[in-house]
Design a protein around this ligand. Sequence first.
Ligand SMILES: C[S@@+](CC[C@H](N)C(=O)[O-])C[C@H]1O[C@@H](n2cnc3c(N)ncnc32)[C@H](O)[C@@H]1O
Length: 240
Amino acid sequence: MTLVDRAIRRARRAAGHDTPDIGSEMARRDARWDTFCRATEYINFEAVPGDIVEFGVFTGISLALLARAHRCDPKEMTRRVAGFDSFRGLPGSEEPHARWQAGDCASNHAWHPLLTVGDAVTPDVTRRLFEECGLDAPLLHVGPFADTLPAAFPAVHRQVALAHFDCDLYESTRDALWALAPVLQDGAMLLFDDWFHYRGHPQKGEARALSEFLAAHPQWGAVQYQPYSTFCNSFILYLR
Ligand SMILES: C[S@@+](CC[C@H](N)C(=O)[O-])C[C@H]1O[C@@H](n2cnc3c(N)ncnc32)[C@H](O)[C@@H]1O
């Protein structure tokens, strides 16, 4: 149990709730929770301004955990939590993967507090999940990234402090990084959920997208922060 969980449990007990909440159960089951706590503590302590955005929302668990981690100790940093997803499953890719197929993730395939396996994935599932967790409603940009990214950056999100890339594919991660370019802040935290997929190949998937982004934007450098869970890695961006 992290310090964040202890603080949330104390607050719930003080408010008269004895049972663990849905958020605690999600956190307990998700190997990324500790890193989400550290990443939000880092952006809040370092006062990196801007929103928390996620590319690849699916059933909303990681977006809700990021919001929960931030809310526990925001250190007076005001941030919106936003997610981008078509909610139609993965598009195709030029890079074949051992397991992923176009259309994967259109329905639920794992434990979820509100869904059973096979249920349809919709934006309302994420909205309901936030409500059940007692979190402020997230801003959801619904549609293929090609449609939603140009409208969102910089018009809706003028600054971004933390980006969570969980859209699996090279093309989707590349498009998200390029759209973020004008709003990324010095010290921004980049979390990559699928970094070591494609058998860890540095020129495939999310690793390829970041390496091409850095080559095309020489004003940015990236320092590795922490690898986490099985396939994930994280970086802090700095202005050279
Ligand atoms: C692995 S799931 C995300 C899981 C979620 N972050 C979690 O941990 O619960 C990947 C999601 O990325 C979305 N996605 C990938 N590429 C996309 C694109 N180009 N446009 C819109 N959505 C995309 C898919 O629809 C899918 O829901």
